[in-house]
Design a protein around this ligand. Sequence first.
Ligand SMILES: NC(=O)c1ccc[n+]([C@@H]2O[C@H](COP(=O)([O-])OP(=O)(O)OC[C@H]3O[C@@H](n4cnc5c(N)ncnc54)[C@H](OP(=O)(O)O)[C@@H]3O)[C@@H](O)[C@H]2O)c1
Length: 258
Amino acid sequence: MAKFSLTMERWVGRVALVTGASVGIGAAITRALVRHGMIVVACARGVEKIQAIKCELEAESASGKLHPIQCDLRKKDQIAAMFEEIKKEFRVVHACINNAAVAYGAKLVTGDSDDWQEPLDVNVMALCICTQNSIKLMLDNEVNDGQIIHINSISGHKVVGDRFYCGTKHMVTALTEGLRTELRAMKSHIRVCSISPGVVKTEMAARKARQDPAECTFYDTHPSIKAEDVANQVIHVLQQPPYLQIHEILLRPIEQKI
Ligand SMILES: NC(=O)c1ccc[n+]([C@@H]2O[C@H](COP(=O)([O-])OP(=O)(O)OC[C@H]3O[C@@H](n4cnc5c(N)ncnc54)[C@H](OP(=O)(O)O)[C@@H]3O)[C@@H](O)[C@H]2O)c1
C-alpha cells in the first residue's frame, strides 16, 4: 500500500482560490499557501491590500505565487469574470478556500433587512457559486483529489450573538454535509471540510460595528486566537492523504466560554 506523509508536497505548483484575502484570516491563509509553494488566486474588493501581500511575499522569496483579483462577491457577474480569468491564466483550481464573510448584527425583530442581504450574498451565495465553479474546473481537468474548505464559525453550530450571521453559518454547516453527499453520489474523491473558529483577532468586529479597526476595543475584552492559527488548520487539512476527509475542525481560544 502506498505511504502518504503529512506534507504539502502534492500541492506545490497547484492552484488555490482564497476569497476575502485582503485582511484577516484570508490574508493569513494566502500567505501560508504561497509559502508552501502554491499558486494562490486571492480575491477581495480591496485588491491593493492583496498587491501589498504579493510584494511582501516576493521580498521574502516565498516559493509560490500570488495572483490578486479584484472581485465583489456580492456580484455574480464579477464572480463569473474572476473564474474566466482563472480559466484563462491557470485552466484549473485544485483547492477552493471560501473565507469571505460579513456580519452586521442586525436583529431579527428590529434589524434593517438591508443588513441581512449582504451576509446572505457573501456568506452563502458566493460560497456556493465559487464552490460550484471550482468543482466544475476540477472535473473538466480530471482533478479527483481537489479540496473545498469553507471557513465556517462556532456560530455555524450554536446560536449566539448575531442571529442572522448564525443563520448564514448554520447554512454553511448544512452545505458542507450536502456537498459531501453529492460528491459521494458522484463517486468523486474531491473533499469538503468546514473549519469553525471561535473568536479570532481580525477586522471582523470593527467591520461589524462599522468602526475604524484602529479604534476597535472588542479584542481587549474577548480572548482571541490569531488568523495564523486558522491558516494552520487549512494547511493541516490539505496535508492529509487523498483517501482521508477531515469534515469539521472546531477551534476556539481556551478562555472562550461559548
Ligand atoms: N474573526 C472572527 O472572530 C471569526 C470567528 C469565526 C469565524 N470567522 C470567519 O472567518 C472568515 C474570515 O473572517 P475575518 O475574521 O478574517 O474577517 P475580516 O477581517 O472582516 O475580513 C473579511 C474579508 O472578507 C472580504 N469580503 C467581505 N465582503 C466581501 C465582498 N463583498 N467581496 C469580496 N470580499 C469580501 C474582505 O475583503 P474586502 O473588504 O477587501 O472586500 C476581507 O478580506 C469569515 O468566514 C468569518 O465568518 C471569523
